[in-house]
Write a protein that binds this ligand. Structure first.
Ligand code: ATP
Length: 366
């Protein structure tokens, strides 16, 4: 199925899913373009698997529509939809050899035995496991089994690849390695892919676009950079990466007030005097050392370094400033900066909060 280049390949319109009286999906609408790699990311129970299962037809939506390649598939059974799927638990047939596992979906498709054999060889080569074809799943590692599951999912050249937490069961090193492999394979094949994950790093590393979900709704859709650098709200800011959150009062446009002087911040639309949450990522705090480095530093202040923790590739520092009303500011400083500025726990140092990286969000209701 091919789209005309402007229509989305996968279109989800006003999708609702109820389990009894519980609403797992609330009015989800989303367009996914042909060839895109999209990750559904969110905390446990937010509805990401339910959404994937609705796309697959494994759990039908209560209301709303799904179309793929311009065809309404909302009420089609899984067998009549055009996708391959990989689950967290590999789900290989333990009593079949690797080659038979991969060939499974190709049988009854009208292909000859030799055509199927050639396709299995091609797929085994694609996932780098040609040597293993005569083995049984139990004789392979978790990472190898998941590669086989992937080969099986793409065997029929589906228009859509669905991945349900495919890396969660693997240990950290294999996971990182395999996520590169999956991404490369996806690029090579150009297959539209939707992956469910609760691992933000995985989503940031693999996705063209991330759909951040919470409580059955979509909080934000954007590229990994957009989601990380310009979170739409405090939920997204807090869920992805580390974020300092300090109560503040909105000042005139582009300023925030703590106790003392207003600080410049990224443009916001709050009215002056409104209670907000000021947020800045730890890595955006710039250290300037005891003396500071220039007169013109923006949002410059002197803080006490309360504690420093060495985290291998950087130092995580807890900073105190009376202006933050007892809230500490977490800052991640590079090893070079700590060495160059001779930063130590217990000392006072100047820091800068770059205005473009100081964000203001609605204060959550309690
Ligand atoms: P996780 O990362 O833990 O898998 P998730 O975001 O994928 O979470 P879902 O599996 O989509 O979450 O579930 C969303 C909500 O719907 C949860 O509260 C879950 O308990 C509920 N739910 C899912 N399937 C069913 C079901 N078959 N019957 C009743 N409730 C269900």
């Amino acid at each position: 199925m091919v789209t005309n280049g402007t229509d989305p390949y996968l279109k989800i319109e006003n999708l609702w899913k109820a389990f009894g009286t519980f609403l797992a999906l609330k009015d989800i609408s989303l367009d996914i373009q042909d060839g895109e790699f999209v990750c559904f990311l969110g905390p446990s129970g937010c509805g990401k698997t339910t959404l994937l299962r609705a796309i697959a037809g494994l759990d039908l939506q209560s209301k709303g529509a799904v179309s793929q390649g311009g065809v309404d598939v909302s009420n089609l059974p899984p067998s009549q939809r055009d996708y391959g799927i990989v689950f967290q638990s590999y789900a290989l047939f333990p009593n079949l050899t690797i080659e038979k596992n991969i060939a499974y979906g190709l049988e009854n498709t009208g292909h000859s035995k030799s055509e199927i054999n050639a396709r299995v060889s091609e797929l085994l080569e694609l996932v780098g496991l040609s040597e293993q074809r005569k083995k049984y799943p139990a004789q392979l590692s978790g990472g190898q089994q998941q590669r086989i599951a992937l080969a099986r999912a793409i065997a029929t050249n589906p228009g859509l690849l669905l991945l349900d937490e495919p890396l969660s069961a693997l240990d950290a090193k294999v996971r990182v390695h395999l996520r590169h492999e999956i991404k490369e394979l996806q690029r090579k094949l150009g297959v539209t892919t939707v992956m469910v994950t609760h691992d933000q790093e995985e989503a940031l590393a693999m996705a063209d676009r991330i759909v951040v979900m919470n409580n059955g709704t979509i909080e934000q859709v954007g590229t990994p950079t957009e989601i990380y650098r310009d979170p739409a709200n405090l939920f997204v800011a807090d869920f992805i990466g580390e974020m300092n959150q300090i109560p503040a009062i909105a000042g005139k446009s582009g300023t925030l007030c703590f106790d003392a002087e207003p600080l410049k911040c990224a443009p916001h639309s709050f009215t002056e005097g409104q209670e907000v949450i000021a947020a800045i990522r730890p890595e955006d705090v710039i250290p300037h050392g005891e003396e500071g480095t220039s007169e013109n530093e923006e949002n410059s202040m002197t803080v006490r370094v309360e504690e420093m923790e060495f985290l291998g590739s950087f130092w995580r520092c807890r900073l105190q400033h009376p202006q933050f009303g007892g809230n500490e500011l977490i800052a991640d400083f590079s090893i070079n900066a700590v060495r160059r500025l001779d930063l130590r726990a217990g000392m006072d140092t100047k820091i800068e909060l770059p205005s473009g990286r100081l964000l203001a969000f609605d204060k959550p209701e309690v």
